[in-house]
Design a protein around this ligand. Structure first.
Ligand SMILES: Cc1cc2nc3c(=O)[nH]c(=O)nc-3n(C[C@H](O)[C@H](O)[C@H](O)COP(=O)(O)O)c2cc1C
Length: 199
């Protein structure tokens, strides 16, 4: 190989590396585990992402956390937790479509559900869980009887689409933050212990 070809192929290799790095999914802090865990979330303004990362933290970080917008390939994962932020009573259409499209793959792997909502800043009731989990996420996935949790989320005007922000402000809505990291972590611990007990 002459010098010019060597330099050319070197540059090509660096380009391929850079591109593949950019194309790969965002890695959080997965720690070694004999089982592969993934948390799939859908968010508009980030609370459901934070809930997902904190659920993983409650599992000592063994779960990798994916935004559904990455359209992740979850076929290599053994255990999957699914959750999303709520607008107008449901999670994002993208998440609903992903769950429908990947129903067969997810069916034997779903270990928990979560939803993040405002709930008019009122405590979560069994009815809230029924609406957002049982009749929504579990219904789409066709998997029931797994740990489920609804978290109260937050409103951050600066992260909203301008038209949505305008609408929310016109309702005299105030910013709030009710998402609690310890609650999310406790849910991660709960799911992990359920699976460990089964094995
Ligand atoms: C346009 C809009 C619609 C919403 N609709 C609901 C709703 O139907 N029920 C509810 O409990 N919370 C609702 N919320 C509150 C959100 O679920 C809450 O802010 C959540 O933390 C957002 O999650 P995210 O930050 O991951 O997008 C709504 C918020 C917005 C901005």
């Amino acid at each position: 190989m002459n010098k010019r070809t060597f330099i050319k192929s070197g540059l090509l290799g660096i380009g391929v590396l850079l591109f593949s790095k950019r194309a790969s999914a965002l890695e959080y802090y997965p720690r070694p585990s004999d089982k592969k865990w993934a948390i799939l979330y859908a968010t508009w303004c980030g609370s459901a992402r934070d809930a997902g990362v904190w659920i993983s933290e409650g599992m000592d970080g063994i779960a990798n956390v994916f935004d559904v917008r990455e359209n992740p390939d979850l076929s290599q994962y053994d255990h999957i937790i699914v959750g999303g932020a709520i607008r107008s009573g449901v999670t994002s259409q993208l998440l609903q479509d992903y769950l429908t499209k990947n129903k067969d793959l997810l069916k034997n792997k779903i270990r928990g559900y979560f939803a993040v909502c405002g709930n008019m800043m009122q405590p979560v009731t069994p009815e809230t869980t029924a609406n957002l989990i049982v009749n929504h996420l579990a219904n789409i996935c066709g998997v029931t009887e797994v740990p489920s949790k609804v978290f109260l989320g937050r409103i951050t005007f600066g992260l909203m689409e301008p038209d949505v922000r305008k609408q929310m402000e016109s309702f005299k809505m105030k910013e709030y933050d009710n998402l609690k990291r310890p609650e999310c972590m406790a849910f991660g611990e709960e799911i992990l212990s359920t699976v460990q007990v089964q094995k």
